[in-house]
Design a protein around this ligand. Structure first.
Ligand code: PLP
Length: 402
């Protein structure tokens, strides 16, 4: 008998499991709306043209090698990442109160960020997370020994934000709690606070001495405008908060499997920033020694070259505008079909995902009868829709809500 005979069998990851089921399905019109990765109008993964170009430059550079990066990663990548999220004229950057560490994409940034807080912040306060949130947040928080508590976020009656419940939960939490916020394009709901609502959220976080922890996985991908998608983070920085930001280049560069990301900490002064960065390096050393180079090189090259940067913005618009177009087409078709219910939220929600409001029982029918795959909370990936399958999806959705 094995020493591990009696350990429980872990459940498979829901989303990866859903994709595996989709792949096995032989039905010709099958649709995958589960996976959180961009697809072009033919349903294929898309390598951004600017990424292709950068790859060629890197491959042909005689100075490229496969040596280790520094523990905290590629310096040009880290500096460019901080500028991208904070803005080139950020006072925090000018005052040298920013610490950065390259991470294993957004997931790794979240992990390193919470690990850092678990060691150097407080252990007696919860991490406040939105209800619902990205499926991995709870496990990441738990994995470093912190506790979480949920705050109200999504209002199923309006398919929009429950701002009153949100503010109330922030107020009710112990002073100094860590507040996990989605910088833009909230996953899984696609519901973001307005700028006015962000100001109210910042007021309460300030009054309660909470610590803002931003997860930013969709900058530029959400609206097609890098500055607009960074507005909330920059607003908090402007108001003088110390905070932490996780950046992922999975979606906005399409570098999913390359694991390019960055953790940035904004603090009060340069002295603290140096100490923070030294501790991030120490934690990183024990976890992964040093981060992967390939994706970071691509991102660094593009962000630091004005011409390539401009081409990247074009690619971002290609992706975000296609998704916005799919929202419009889906909405129009549901109106045309006179599908019962209101569907404005499809237009109002932003980013990769939409919370349709479908119930688990309706999702089941979509999967079993129509071979349309989505998570049982009714979340759909807009990127899985195309001009080729949108009619089929709209009609199937219409059928299950009738
Ligand atoms: N955070 C949020 C909110 C996400 O939606 C995602 C990806 O779906 C991530 C983080 C991390 O993704 P990755 O580790 O691929 O960058």
């Amino acid at each position: 008998e094995s020493l591990f005979q009696n350990i429980p069998l872990a459940e498979p990851d829901k989303i990866f499991h859903l994709t595996a089921t989709y792949v096995q399905d032989k039905f010709p019109q099958k649709v995958n709306l589960g996976v959180g990765a961009y697809r072009d109008n033919d349903g294929n993964p898309w390598i951004l043209p600017v990424v292709r170009k950068a790859e060629q430059i890197i491959i042909n550079d005689p100075n490229t090698n496969h040596e280790y990066l520094q523990i905290t990663g590629l310096p040009t990548f880290r500096t460019a990442s901080a500028k991208l999220i904070l803005g080139v004229d950020s006072p925090a950057i000018k005052e040298n109160r920013v610490s950065t560490c390259q991470s294993i994409s957004g997931t790794g940034a979240n992990h390193l960020g919470f690990l850092f807080l678990s060691r150097f912040y407080r252990k007696d306060v919860p991490v406040l997370i939105s209800n619902p949130t990205w499926v991995n947040h709870k496990d990441i928080v738990r994995s470093v020994g912190l506790e979480f508590r949920e705050y109200a976020y999504y209002n199923p009656k309006t398919n929009g934000l429950d701002i009153d419940g949100f503010l109330e939960a922030l107020n009710d939490a112990p002073n100094g709690s860590i507040v996990l916020l989605h910088a833009c394009a909230h996953n899984p709901t696609g519901v973001d606070p307005s700028q006015e609502q962000w100001c109210k959220i910042a007021d309460v976080i300030g009054a309660k001495n909470h610590f803002p922890f931003f997860d930013c996985a969709y900058q530029g991908f959400a609206s097609g405008d890098l500055d607009k998608d960074a507005w909330a983070v920059r607003h908090f920085v402007q108001r003088g908060f110390e905070l932490l930001i996780c950046q992922s280049y999975s979606k906005n560069f399409g570098l999913y499997g390359q694991r390019a990301g960055c953790l940035t900490v904004v603090s009060k002064n340069a002295d603290a920033a140096i100490k923070i960065e030294s501790q991030l390096a120490r934690l990183q050393r024990a976890e992964i020694s040093n981060p992967p180079a390939y994706g970071a090189r691509i991102v660094s090259l593009v962000l630091n070259d004005p011409q390539l940067h401009a081409e990247w913005v074009e690619d971002l618009r290609t992706m975000s505008y296609r998704i916005i177009e799919m929202r419009k087409q889906l909405y129009d078709k549901l109106i045309e079909l006179r599908t019962p219910g209101t569907w404005n939220h499809i237009l109002e929600q932003i980013g990769m995902f939409s919370y349709t409001g479908l119930r688990t029982s309706q999702v089941k029918v979509l999967i079993q009868k129509y071979h349309i795959y989505l998570t049982d909370n009714g979340r759909i990936s807009m990127a899985g829709l195309s001009t080729k399958n949108i009619d089929y999806f709209a009609k199937s959705l219409d059928d299950v809500v009738r």
